[in-house]
Write a protein that binds this ligand. Structure first.
Ligand code: ADP
Ligand code: 5GP
Length: 195
């Protein structure tokens, strides 16, 4: 579902959504399917690494002090304290690196960071909001993912209510109900508007 008329060609695509909506699932699928054309903008974060995550593939995991140095040295395109004590940011060096090797960039980013990226890159960036079928489904997915403890789950659920209000703030709404249909719609977006 489009909010705007889409352009025929973008350099970048960002996927944003409330936590648990499925953007990482969509992004991983697209990166695997279009590995020659797309490159993932690996963010830097202070949150702890999950068992299935690889440092330098999913994120660059750093301490809060290291993150603050990156801010002070102006090394980030944008950054957010997404959860209290959980900092996330997009590295300028990552954007430059991927563009220099001819990749189309893919961002997986929260709704506030996504607005900063869209403001900065404008028509170069297709901004996609991944919409969960309902609040309850979203919370269930988050619980079933089993990556959160009670405290971090609460923080995410509190934030979801605000994040759900951003549905119409981006270029395209990708409903993630039946996963196969979502992935096929996401593939069409990439094939028609990026590569
Ligand atoms: P996000 O990156 O937006 O936080 P994830 O991609 O980690 O979300 O997805 C959250 C959980 O929901 C994961 O366990 C994922 O496997 C699952 N999931 C994603 N899309 C669907 C879907 N369409 N139907 C059912 N489960 C899904
Ligand atoms: P998670 O901890 O589930 O990997 O990510 C939490 C939230 O942070 C998600 O909404 C994710 O998209 C977002 N995020 C990941 N990287 C960045 C980033 O570089 N900047 C911002 N602003 N948000 C990010």
């Amino acid at each position: 579902m489009t909010n705007q008329t889409l352009l025929s060609s973008y350099d970048m695509v960002l996927f944003t959504a409330p936590s648990g909506a499925g953007k990482t699932t969509v992004v991983r699928h697209l990166l695997e399917k279009y590995k020659d054309d797309l490159g993932f903008s690996i963010s830097v974060t202070t949150r702890s690494q999950r068992p299935n995550e690889v440092d330098g593939r999913d994120y660059y995991f750093v301490s809060e002090d290291e993150f603050k140095v990156l801010i002070a040295e102006n090394k980030l395109v944008e950054w957010e304290e997404v959860y209290s004590g959980g900092y996330y940011g997009t590295l300028k060096s990552e954007v430059d690196r991927l563009l220099s090797i001819g990749k189309k960039l893919v961002f997986d980013i929260d709704v506030y960071g996504a607005q900063s990226i869209k403001d900065k890159f404008g028509n170069r960036c297709l901004a996609v909001y991944v919409k969960p079928p309902s609040f309850n489904t979203l919370v269930k997915r988050l619980k079933d993912r089993k990556t959160e403890n009670l405290d971090s789950l609460k923080k995410r659920v509190n934030r979801i209510k605000k994040e759900l209000l951003f549905e119409h703030a981006f270029d395209y709404i990708l409903l993630n109900d039946v996963l196969e249909e979502t992935l096929s719609e996401a593939e069409k977006l990439i094939e028609n508007h990026l590569i």
